[in-house]
Design a protein. Structure first.
Lengths: 508, 338
């Protein structure tokens, strides 16, 4: 192996932010034509390692060598010119621009001082072909699915001379078919000699794709392993630094509590619908139960969640809370009725970048209290500290700006925001997206505990495994229709998969 | 963390020192008939209207908005107050309060108009407030009949020209409203909500904040404060000039907010920064006059100073220098090792 030449060597890299040692003497290397997975818990330093490589941040010490030449990119653009192509964890595409504009933004092909549109569209077409995507580059990006948008992000990153492709959690918003498409493309690029750095929290994907694995823990280098020589258990315990069996407990928690059916539902919908987003559906949510919505991306899961939270308005049907008919015209009204909602789109719909962890956590509660009953700062800090501890949020303290947290930790802050309001119904849209294995188990455990206390939870996840493990009932959605409801007694992932795809489910 | 107030304060100090060098009596304050006199007092007094408007503008800008109509509101309230007083008994307190009350209602209505256009109809703030910026001046001229309306009212002129305990009354007005604004932002949730809405309106709505209401409130507040400024300005000269009163105040106010370290992208805001910013602008204006800079170049001087302050505060500008320094250091190191 070592006769092959290194494509990239990052040697003893250190990087600190005020109050945080994000990276301490981390080493990392890649060979041409390999897929290298970078693993670590939320806040371990994965995204930071990527960003020092691509010139978003400068390093405190260490050395970076690309094809045996020392490099130090001062900006992402410079890195791209050196052949380092990156799709960041928080992708910033403009859905109201065309596909080609998104690909070439900032480096449009010019002819006589003007943008050469013809050339641009043609080149976009070629780039997308390379990724097995056949779409019209003159159309607005927003017209295509998230998966296609992801490919466009990759196309934007890849130029002809790319030597390294970096994908920071590209799969967290894709469903399994789309993930497979992406993997095909990755294999193709790998065979063309590209070195691919891939960050993911999904163990299956790690073992499906990786040649080698580098593990980080708390900003430190744990080790580099060949994928076939590292077992799953070893991988997880190296990542979190201790053994794990919490996953088992979750199942017990859920099973120890199944006295549903005798009580009256907390929330009930009759023929509720919204034109263009979800067809009429009936749904009952009981206190102390977890109901999952299963379906492909775009099947109407998020749409149901948004309607139940008043983020979008239903235009037909009836919604009852505790037997009373309610018109959920706005999130404010839903919150007043004891409903909470963690949206799937963390960056644009949940976090308030410029505010601190403390302010982000108390925001929903303060909004309920109103303008004049302002929580004293001391109380706010107490709440923030409480949830930082409860949810194990990795941060120097409650006054850290939320935008300086790692993606997974931001997600936990948002969860804390809603737990603080002590809702009757908690709607979680992909709450485990971008969250590491340990934290995932933690969140699912919390869900179990909360529903034992009588909270009802509406859970949306693309991970069928999570759905099966946690929920009491599962509603199946396809093409904006609710097509079935399954009681979760010995249901397997295959059963649900079949139901989603159109097989005959054991309907009730 | 570096204090946001640092550069604005340095700028202000530099300006004041420059004045001191030019005029050695600049800092001296004398007492005549129990009133304090001096350049510093004069600057504070003259800055009063701008300070008030800038406080309002800070809130608006913190929500990612902008209010171009403040100058027009200044002229409307000034004109209305003068009109009512000119029709009645200039020395009567009841006439005075009617005049102030009605004019302030007008200011509130103007703010509500802006607020509705922006929050309810979703019109871009710059366009929405441009409407009133243009129309408002017309309204003011209608009120004054296109003339300069001169009045003589002792109680009214006290607002902008009177003295209390040796200090100009307008200084008390700005102190009062600054305290109110600080209390509003520190002791109530208004500050948090404004910053939240300004940073991410969608996420704020989904957290249960009535984003529309908050946006409405800031435009009303801004107009209200502009209305008060209208009184100070017109009572100071005991006349209302629909055409020229408060002209270009929107630009000065926006500058004051920006110089004070606030970002036009909304989010975090710094009221005390804004106050310093407004004082910088007024000091600049005053010193340009007192140093006898020819009128043709005053605007150029002003813009150069503003440009410099903004550059110093700009992160991008700072990082260009940092990057250069890094390169230089690296080059130096290589030079040593070679
Ligand atoms: N700009 C910044 N300012 C301050 N601290 C930062 C900044 N960016 C990252 N950090 C901190 O550095 C540490 C590493 O963060 P990083 O984003 O690299 O984690 P990660 O491994 O990518 O996690 P995740 O799986 O959640 O995405 C975290 O503690 C984070 O809070
Ligand atoms: Mg990350």
């Amino acid at each position: 192996m070592d006769e092959k030449k290194h494509r990239l060597i990052m040697d003893r890299i250190s990087k600190h932010f005020p109050g945080v040692k994000a990276l301490t003497n981390v080493s990392f290397r890649m060979f041409p034509g390999e897929i290298h997975v970078l693993m670590g818990q939320n806040g371990a330093g994965k995204s930071t390692l990527i960003k020092v490589l691509t010139g978003v941040y400068s390093i405190d010490s260490g050395e970076i060598r690309l094809d045996d030449k020392e490099i130090r990119a001062q900006s992402p653009l410079e890195a791209q010119e050196l052949g380092i192509s990156t799709v960041y964890q928080e992708v910033n595409l403009c859905t109201n621009l065309t596909v080609s504009e998104n690909i070439f933004i900032g480096r449009e092909p010019m002819k006589r001082g003007r943008i050469d549109w013809k050339e641009m569209h043609a080149e976009a077409k070629v780039l997308l072909k390379r990724l097995n995507v056949d779409i019209d580059p003159t159309k607005q990006l927003g017209e295509y699915s998230v998966a296609i948008q992801q490919m466009v992000a990759i196309a934007r990153a890849l130029n002809i001379s790319a030597k390294i492709l970096i994908l920071d959690e590209p799969t967290s918003s894709l469903d399994s078919n789309e993930v497979n498409e992406l993997f095909k493309v990755m294999r193709k690029l790998k065979s063309e000699g590209l070195a691919i750095l891939f960050v993911t929290h999904f163990l299956d994907q790690v073992y499906e794709m990786s040649d080698r694995i580098t593990i980080l823990r708390n900003g430190e280098f744990v080790g580099e392993y060949k994928a076939e020589e590292l077992s799953r258990m070893e991988l997880v315990s190296k990542m979190i630094g201790k053994e794990m069996d919490e996953m088992e407990q979750v199942q017990e928690l859920v099973e120890s509590h199944s006295s549903i059916g005798h009580q009256s539902p907390f929330l009930e919908t009759k023929q509720l619908a919204r034109k263009g987003s979800i067809e009429r559906f009936d749904l009952k949510l009981y206190p102390g139960e977890i109901l999952s919505l299963a379906g492909l991306l775009g099947s109407g899961r998020t749409e149901i969640a948004r309607i139940l939270f008043g983020a979008d308005r239903a235009d037909q049907g009836e919604l009852k809370i505790k037997g009373r008919s309610v018109n959920l015209k706005s999130p404010r009204i839903a919150i007043d009725n004891g409903i909470a909602f963690c949206p799937e789109n963390r960056k644009s719909e949940a976090i308030i970048d410029d505010l601190t962890i403390r302010e982000n956590i108390i925001l929903a509660m303060q909004a309920s209290l109103g303008i004049f009953k302002y929580l004293p700062k001391k109380k706010q800090t107490e709440f923030a500290d409480e949830y930082i501890k409860l949810l194990n949020i990795k941060a120097p303290g409650p006054e850290t700006l939320i935008k300086n947290l790692s993606g997974g930790n931001q997600q936990k802050v948002i969860l804390g925001r809603w737990l603080l309001t002590n809702p009757d119904l908690l709607i979680l849209d992909e709450p485990t997206r971008g969250i590491d294995v340990g934290a995932k188990a933690e969140i699912m455990k919390q869900m179990g505990l909360l529903c034992q206390k009588g909270m009802s939870i509406l859970f949306i996840s693309s991970e069928l495994e999570e759905v099966v493990r946690t929920s009491h009932r599962i509603a199946i959605l396809r093409d904006r229709h609710k097509i079935a409801e399954i009681d979760n007694h010995n249901v397997s992932q295959q059963d649900i998969m079949k139901a989603i795809a159109g097989g005959v489910p054991n309907e009730k | 963390m570096k204090n946001k107030l640092f550069w604005p304060l340095v700028t202000l100090a530099v300006l004041l020192l420059a004045n001191l060098i030019h005029n050695h009596d600049f800092f001296s304050i004398t007492i005549q008939d129990g009133h304090l006199f001096g350049s510093l007092i004069d600057i504070l007094n003259r800055a009063a209207p701008l300070v008030l408007i800038s406080i309002g503008m800070t809130f608006v800008i913190a929500t990612k908005g902008i209010d171009l109509s403040v100058g027009s509101v200044v002229s409307i309230t000034g004109a209305m107050a003068c009109l009512i007083i000119s029709k009645g008994d200039g020395s009567s307190m009841s006439v005075l309060f009617t005049a102030l009350g009605i004019s302030l209602l007008l200011a509130l209505a103007a703010g509500a108009w802006n607020g509705l256009l922006v929050s309810l109809l979703g019109i871009q703030p710059i366009v929405a407030t441009l409407i009133l910026m243009v129309a408002g001046r017309g309204v003011a001229q209608l009120i004054t009949d296109g003339q300069i309306l001169t009045i003589s009212s002792k109680p009214y002129s006290f607002i902008g020209a009177g003295y209390l305990f040796g200090l100009p009354f307008s200084i008390y007005i700005i102190a009062f409203f600054f305290i109110i604004a600080s209390v509003l932002t520190r002791k109530t949730a208004v500050g948090l909500f404004i910053e939240s809405v300004g940073t991410n309106p969608t996420a704020s709505r989904l957290a249960g904040i009535r984003s529309g209401l908050i946006i409405f409130i800031v435009y009303v507040l801004c107009s209200f404060l502009s209305g008060i400024s209208g009184f100070i300005l017109s009572s100071n000269v005991s006349s209302a000039d629909g055409n020229n009163a408060g002209l270009w105040y929107e630009l000065d106010a926006i500058l004051a907010v920006v110089i004070g370290g606030n970002s036009l992208n909304g989010g975090r805001f710094y009221l005390s920064g804004t106050i310093v910013g407004a004082l910088i602008i007024q000091t600049l204006t005053t010193s340009i006059y007192s140093m006898g800079v020819p009128p043709e170049v005053t605007l150029v001087v002003k813009s150069v100073v503003v440009l410099v302050v903004c550059l110093i505060q700009s992160e991008a500008f700072g990082s260009v220098f940092a990057a250069r320094r890094r390169k230089r250091d690296k080059a130096a190191k290589q030079g040593v090792s070679a």
